[in-house]
Design a protein around this ligand. Structure first.
Ligand code: GDP
Length: 588
């Protein structure tokens, strides 16, 4: 394998160097610390420091090279060499639930993948490629927008184009807006597929108007967003959509280097009996081959088998190709960057470095959160939301965790993820959730009947979801329930006291004129003398001309029976300011 060259123009940030080496930022910062350099993620390191660190880390097969040009190494995309080659676009399909994402991906898969070959694909696939007009397009099926956010956090740009699916009979909905925001923040090109045009009630013009309200101006109206009316179900106009995807790709001139060590991202991973870890990768640079050593996060692999999305063996995979590999020692995480290294020794060393760093990070994170709890004096843990998460694949677990972390509790509720795992809910999960008031969230998993019985017996709540937004809505509600209620006082009226008929320790009978609003039994009142508030009383009953009445309104004169907690000597001329007080549940 050829040596990996990292070019440095003057200096390189910690983040960029970690990315280029395939190490986590914490590992690199840890190593710098050992060398006596306290660095942050954005700190710039000069050529010599970077060289020393690489040497100290014992990473082989990497060479630093000084570069004189003024161009910076891009944060998100590798700088390409002159002989970079064109690569297929990577397309993600997003949009509101039920607007037709799955149908679109399925129709394309079955109609277009190298005619007939798609037949037989029954299991869920996280990515596939189709050939159209003799060119390849890579489609990603994503567990959720949050998963993309997770990938973005790893500093990699995965999607070139986001196809936003909007149903023409339903218009822009909350998740459509989220998809738009996601695509914009990921700097991906947007193409809108206005779907379900075969439906009665479909209104393409109205949908376009709706979209333009949200900042997407259709090309037809002088804007810059391509919008293609389609029917995913009836295979109408899908060729046009594919044409537009290729046209957009052409304008973007999407390229990658193939003569570099291979690299890419983990897009799915799970365990399979007999095969061990089965990991879906998307190659973003170089050519991935069986037999190569790659490192991803805390683990590494000597690639044992590699197949394409149809399950056909593949000897090598070029940029933008999704493949499924076996050979990983442990499951890498969704969104982990993978990188080819020279040999097993380097692979093991880098994985270990990353593992130690993440363990350190977890350990220190634990200390901080418990310290924090102590400092906040949360004696009964009432503001801690404990949750255990299970998902069908690692990608969905990561997605759920990341999205839960994104719920803004304004620091009032602490999210405590007790454990996470892949697979159905087990006895051990219920056991772990007992006593700690922990809710178990399952995503695309099932609960065996004996487990749900056990949970019911132990008062453990298990909730299962297939749609991430429903899970998030519920989590928000659960966290809102932990918030202190807000106390809201609403003024209802005022009275000027004109006579005090009896004063006892806990009750007063007085009369007066309502000068503002009204007074009715049950409301509270502040007793005001001049500028002072003497205390608070409660109106027990209201009388007018010796008869009980439901209320007295402004301008009326009448009597009140008031109750107090402490004796108040009411006087003529005092004012009663009536108000109601209620506790309102707050929501996040
Ligand atoms: P997703 O939640 O966005 O993945 O939506 P689905 O692909 O599951 O589609 C939701 C429903 O809309 C299903 O019942 C589909 O059959 C239906 N559907 C999707 N596309 C079309 C279309 O173009 N025309 C019609 N009439 N129905 C569609």
């Amino acid at each position: 394998m050829q040596e990996k060259v990292i070019q440095i123009t003057g200096s390189i940030t910690v983040d960029e160097l970690a990315n280029a080496l395939g190490l986590s930022v914490t590992t690199l910062i840890g190593q710098l610390f050992k060398e006596g350099i306290v660095a942050t993620i954005n700190q710039r390191l000069d050529f010599d420091t970077a060289s020393i660190i690489i040497e100290e880390l014992g990473i082989e097969g990497v060479k630093l090279e000084k570069k004189n040009s003024s161009t910076q190494i891009s944060h998100e995309r590798r700088e390409l060499s002159d002989h970079a080659v064109l690569r297929p676009p990577v397309v993600a399909v997003m949009g509101h639930v039920d607007h037709g994402k799955t149908t679109l991906l399925d129709t394309l898969l079955h109609k277009k993948t190298v005619e007939g070959e798609a037949g037989g694909i029954t299991q869920h696939i996280s990515a596939y490629q189709l050939k159209y007009d003799d060119r390849l397009i890579t489609f990603l099926d994503t567990p959720g927008h949050e998963a993309f956010a997770a990938i973005r956090q790893h500093g990699a740009m995965l999607t070139d184009i986001v196809v936003i699916v909007v149903a023409a009979d339903d218009g822009v909905k909350p998740q459509t807006v989220e998809a738009i925001k996601f695509a914009q923040s990921a700097n991906a090109k947007i193409i809108v597929a206005i779907n379900k045009i075969d439906r009665e009630g479909a209104d393409v013009q109205r949908t376009m108007a709706d979209l333009s309200q949200h900042g997407l101006q259709p090309e037809e109206w002088g804007g810059d967003i391509t919008m293609v009316p389609i029917s995913a179900k009836q295979n109408q106009n899908l060729d046009k959509l594919l044409d537009m995807i290729l046209l957009t790709a052409d304008l973007e001139e999407l390229k990658a280097d193939v003569d570099i060590p291979s690299e890419g991202l983990v897009i799915e991973s799970h365990m399979e009996t007999g095969k061990g870890s089965v990991v879906n990768l998307l190659v973003t640079g170089g050519e991935l081959k069986t037999g190569e050593f790659i490192v991803a996060g805390n683990t590494y692999a000597k690639i044992r088998t590699m197949v394409d999305f149809r399950g056909k063996p593949k000897g090598k995979a070029s940029p933008s190709t999704p493949v499924t590999v076996t050979g990983f020692k442990d499951l890498p995480n969704f969104g982990d960057k993978f990188i080819e290294v020279a040999d097993e020794k380097t692979a093991r060393k880098m994985a270990l470095l990353n593992a130690n760093a993440s363990q350190d990070a977890t350990a220190s994170a634990n200390v901080t959160s418990s310290d924090l709890l102590r400092m906040m004096n949360v004696a009964d843990n009432s503001k801690v939301f404990n949750v255990l998460i299970k998902g069908d694949v690692l990608g969905s677990v990561t997605s759920v965790v990341d999205s839960l972390k994104m719920i803004d509790t304004k620091g009032e509720v602490t999210l405590n993820i007790v454990a996470t795992g892949v697979g159905d809910i087990t006895e051990n999960d219920v056991y772990m959730a007992t006593g700690e008031n922990t809710v178990i969230y399952g995503f695309n998993v099932t609960v065996p009947i004996n487990i749900s019985k056990m949970a019911a017996r132990d008062n453990v709540v298990i909730r299962c979801y297939k749609v991430i937004y429903e899970l998030l809505d519920d989590a928000k509600k659960e966290m809102s329930n932990l918030l202190d209620a807000e106390i809201v006082e609403t003024p209802v009226g005022k009275m000027k006291v004109k006579g005090v008929f009896r004063t006892e320790r806990t009750s007063i009978i007085a009369g007066g004129e309502v000068t503002d609003g009204k007074v009715e039994p049950g409301v509270l009142a502040k007793v005001v003398r001049g500028k002072d508030v003497l205390g608070e009383v409660k109106v027990e009953s209201v009388q007018k001309e010796k008869m009980s009445v439901p209320e007295l309104v402004s301008g009326e004169i009448g009597g009140l029976a008031l109750s107090t907690e402490h004796k108040i000597q009411l006087e003529i001329g005092d004012k009663l300011e009536f108000f109601t007080r209620e506790e309102r549940r707050r929501s996040l």
